[in-house]
Design a binder for this molecule. Structure first.
Ligand code: MRU
Length: 348
């Protein structure tokens, strides 16, 4: 623990290795990614997924771009890198970590301008590895900060996967649970299966079981009943983008959980790194929401479960207004009752 969901093998001429999350839990397979095109495909098809992990993947994709083209000059290299950055950044629109990490490696490369292509490519890789290492530390800090909200004996409901598979270490939402376990707290987890791509069933249940955490899988439509019956002490999910006022985009279905949690007085927490905040946008209405292919709903995992030709609406994320969020757990501590002022204080 944790499983390296993504890693870089070798120097600037190396490649990325990822766990192909589309195959889990039936098959644990690691695949090598050697071109920006392969990385674009891996991010878009959710072989690698989760906001921090796709940030690292995007950064690695730019490093790959530096090694793939035939660049006659440093200027040509920079032009190629910028093009690759825009291309990789467009692979998924909602998680701000992707654009953030791509921008970071491009800026680092710019600092090496004038030192020749080899130095530029080394600067790219160093920055991608720094992002990776920082994320590892951040997961641990979020886990620690989250101990304020979780007590021995608690039962947690979570949605999608915000664990080791989604980050460089042991996650954000799941970091709070893993850290509680390390400290000897007994914590039980209910994992929503998370339609349509089943990240909760395929990934969260898999990684929690692998770590010996007591996890029970439920269909998404069972979460309200659990909260109504008093079985849930707190809800914790991850996030893909948090606006300046605290409105939070996360996996589709998160909003419904937050509304139900409020109704039944269950505290609702988001756990996310500072890199997930987008202070350039004032509120959730400005967050771009990815829409995914209809087949994910009508014939997910190869079996048709809806009539041919039916109209489908398949947004991958929703936005929970800040007012539903009890606190956001970050590596810098808790932001309670998040709003523009409290967020500017900690994330600004
Ligand atoms: O579509 P996905 O699987 O990439 O969605 C992931 C989520 O919504 C996670 O909760 C979020 O990225 C946080 S991961 C630490």
């Amino acid at each position: 623990m944790p499983k390296p969901t993504i890693e870089w093998i070798g120097g600037p001429d190396g490649f990325a290795r990822i766990i192909d999350q589309t195959l889990l839990p039936a098959e644990y397979k690691r695949v090598d990614i050697r071109t920006p095109q392969e990385m674009f495909e891996a991010i878009g098809s959710l072989r690698v997924r989760g906001a921090p992990a796709i940030g690292i993947a995007g950064a690695c994709g730019v490093v790959l771009a530096g090694g793939c083209g035939d660049f006659p000059s440093e200027e040509a290299l920079f032009a190629g890198l910028r093009k690759a950055g825009a291309y990789l950044g467009s692979s998924r629109p909602t998680a701000v970590n992707l654009a953030w990490a791509v921008e970071r490696v491009l800026t680092a490369a710019q600092r090496a301008a004038g030192q020749g292509p080899a130095a530029v490519r080394k600067a790219l890789l160093d920055e991608a590895l720094a992002i990776y290492e920082e994320d590892r530390a951040v997961c641990r800090q979020i886990g620690e900060a989250g101990q304020e909200i979780i007590a021995d004996g608690d039962t947690v409901l979570t949605h999608c996967n915000a664990g080791a598979l989604a980050t460089a270490d042991y996650g954000t939402a799941l970091a709070v649970i893993y850290r509680a376990g390390e400290l000897g707290k007994t914590v039980r987890v209910y994992a929503d299966e998370t339609r349509p791509l089943l990240q909760g069933a395929r990934l969260t249940a898999w990684e929690l079981m692998d770590e010996g955490v007591d996890v029970t899988l439920v269909c998404d439509d069972m979460a309200a009943t659990l909260m109504q019956s008093g079985k849930i002490d707190l809800v914790i999910t991850g996030a893909d983008r948090i606006a300046a006022n605290g409105d939070t985009a996360n996996k589709i279905g998160t909003l419904g959980l937050a509304v139900v949690a409020k109704e039944f007085s269950v505290p609702f927490y988001i756990a996310a790194p500072i890199s997930t905040f987008d202070l350039d946008i004032p509120n959730g209405r400005a967050i771009p929401i990815e829409e995914r292919p209809s087949q994910e709903v009508t014939e997910g995992f190869g079996r048709r479960t809806a009539p041919e030709g039916v109209k489908v609406f398949n947004p991958a994320f929703d936005v929970t207004p800040a007012g539903y969020i009890t606190a956001i757990v970050t590596e810098r501590g808790l932001i309670r009752n998040p709003d523009a002022a409290s967020i500017a204080d900690i994330a600004g």
